[in-house]
Design a protein. Structure first.
Length: 201
C-alpha cells in the first residue's frame, strides 16, 4: 500500500482477506474501540436474511441475494467502525475504488477511508458528485438512467443497517444526532473518543 495514514490499513486488511483464494463467508472489521456487550447474540445472526430484511431496504427486491456489504451510518455519514464484506468481485472492486491509488483524493482527508467509502456509496444513492454529466440532447434522460443504474447497484449489493444495531455510541459523550448504546445492545463503539473528554467513562 502507498504511504498513508494507518487508518487506511483497514482496507488493506480487508483486501487481503477478501482475495479470491480465500474461503470465508464474511470478513468483519471492527475498530479497536468497539466492545462486544451482549454475548448472547452470535455474530453470524447479523447476516441472516431475517435480521437484514427487518432493517435494510436491500430486500425490497426479491431477486436480490445476500448483500455484499453490510454497513451502518451515524448521524453524519457512513461509519466504518463496524462493517462486513463477503469475498465477491463487487467488494474487491469497491475496495480498489475506495483506495483510489491513482488520484488519492481522500488520502489526507480527516476521515480517511471512511470519507472515500461514504462518497462512493452516496454517489450510488443519488449524490451527483461522481455521476458523469452528459451534455447534449437527451442528457436529462441519460442522467436519470445512469442514476437509476447506480441506485439499483446500491440496493442489490449494500445492506445499510441502523447504527444502533452494530455501532451505537455512549450517550455520555455523543451528541443527539447519533444513535446511542442501551443495555442489551450487541456492541458499544467509542468512535472518536480521543475527540472528547474520557474522564468518568
Amino acid at each position: 500500500m502507498i504511504d498513508r495514514h494507518p487508518a487506511w490499513g483497514k482496507l488493506a486488511i480487508m483486501r487481503k482477506y477478501l482475495a479470491s483464494d480465500k474461503q470465508f463467508d464474511w470478513v468483519v472489521w471492527t475498530d479497536c474501540d468497539t466492545f462486544f456487550m451482549n454475548h448472547e447474540i452470535p455474530l453470524a445472526a447479523l447476516f441472516t436474511r431475517t435480521v437484514l430484511q427487518t432493517f435494510s431496504s436491500h430486500w425490497g427486491n426479491e431477486s436480490y441475494g445476500v448483500p455484499d456489504l453490510v454497513v451502518s451510518e451515524d448521524g453524519n455519514m457512513i461509519n466504518t467502525g463496524f462493517f462486513a464484506m463477503r469475498p465477491t468481485d463487487w467488494n474487491r472492486k469497491f475496495i480498489e475504488s475506495a483506495f483510489d491509488e491513482r488520484y488519492s483524493v481522500f488520502a489526507d482527508h480527516p476521515w480517511w477511508e471512511q470519507a472515500s467509502m461514504h462518497v462512493l456509496l452516496d454517489a450510488m444513492r443519488g449524490w451527483q458528485l461522481l455521476t458523469p454529466t452528459v451534455v447534449g440532447e437527451g442528457s436529462g434522460q441519460q442522467q436519470q438512467q445512469q442514476q437509476k443504474k447506480l441506485q439499483n447497484e446500491f440496493d442489490e449489493h449494500v445492506a445499510l443497517v441502523p447504527q444502533e444495531l452494530v455501532n451505537p455510541y455512549p450517550q455520555e459523550y455523543s451528541n443527539a444526532v447519533h444513535k446511542h448504546y442501551s443495555p442489551g445492545s450487541f456492541v458499544i463503539a467509542f468512535s472518536g473518543c480521543n475527540t472528547y473528554t474520557a474522564e468518568g467513562m
